[in-house]
Design a protein around this ligand. Sequence first.
Ligand code: NOJ
Length: 510
Amino acid sequence: MGHTSIHYLFFNKITSMVQFCKLVIFISSALSSYGRLNPNKFPDDFLFGIASASYQIEGAWNLSGKGENIWDRYTHTHPELILNRTNGDIACNSYHRYEEDVALIKKLGVQFYRFSLSWTRILPIGFSSKINPDGIRYYNNLINLLMKNDIIPIITIFHWDTPQHLEELGGFTNALMANWFEDYARVVFENFGDRVKVWITFNEPKEICLKGYGGDEKAPGYNLSGTADYICAHNLMKAHARAYHLYDKQFRSKQNGQISIVMDTFWMEPATNLTWDKKAAERRLAFIFGWYAHPVYSSNGDYPDVMKKYVARRSKREGFKRSRLPNFTKEEVNYIKGTYDFLGLNHYSTVLTKNVLFEPIFGKPSVEKDSMTVTEYDPSWPNSKASWLKVVPWGFTKLLVWLKNAYGNVPIYITENGFADDGEIDDKDRINYHKLYLSALLDAMHKYKVNVKAYTIWSFMDDFEWRDGYMTRFGLYHVDFNDPGRNRTPKASAEYYRKVIAARKIDGID
Ligand code: NOJ
């Protein structure tokens, strides 16, 4: 016992020393690699906000008429896939605590709150044949309370929680998903559109299709890479366009809002100065981001040419009769092109991209193999709790400048940006991350005139981080998941963000 406790103390000391050193390295390397903070102010009409998503915070998974969705099913049938076998059954219990949540959001001084609707809370089996009045009531109460507090509601119509019933019909592999999504969108425009003026159809389609259909890291976990992912994206883009046109034709004139899609990407930095790595980085952006952005935001519409060419070529070599990447007809290209009012971007980090010279034809096809690229991290980049999230603020500036060059001066809303840790209340690393990323954003806006209109921190509070359960935390508010009441406590970053928003700058704000 004595031995154990001496070891324990010794180990603890070492761990805290290591943590301290890591922090010093983090701050100094971040500042030295980035230089001075940008001293400019955010324009008066620039909007600051915070975000969340229904499955990650609401809980009440089977209460008041809510139907089952794919994350309920995935976590209940495969608890071993989630860290500590947790799930979103209760999550932050925001379904019952939304009044307190709005008060906490108000304290931050943000102009908007981005949250998502649970499809099956509104339509328990996914079809609009049966509307759940309690679902409508819940979101009406939330929207009304936000508006009473001068907080603009920004609604994500779909943040990954497909109705289980629709998944059993194939989910996004079924082309009819476009009809079902349009019907759902009509219900939400009819019920909330008098007050909600900013709509997001889909959050991060790449994650849905690549991880949920191509892989099994996300629900529904088809694990059919190189086929189901492309089919998912194809149907999802059509569903997005249907909701956009529905709004545009039947609701916009009365409701005067905006509607778009939110996509996510890392910045892809070439791993070397060699031309083939530079081309590989461009190609990877086309595969990962252009896959969704090009059909909507480019002047020609459709998937990027390089993607069409590479998938067709490899499919042929694999013996497929036609490309695994489905074709949009001319009418579909025109129907999807231009279906946006802004560009919603979730951005967290950067990767180094390398060209792959030779990719042998065996095993399952995959989007990555099709792209003939691989990625890695620079070991000197500071870490976060999430292995994929390194602190590389200059990548944010580069990505924004790239977007401006690729898609013109479209208004950009940063709909997510955030840092992962263990949930410390004194979250200095998170403050540093946001300081550096906001500075990188100001660089893009002031030096390179990128048209960014809004910035959102993910997340309002610690929540269910999908496969990472409750262990990886992004919140400005700490949530005690051992407390039945799910007590919320502001972290240091909440106060930091409040000061930034009040001053509309980061220079000189601690
Ligand atoms: C993106 C997703 O939209 C959100 O659900 C997730 O929690 C964060 N990134 C952090 O991984």
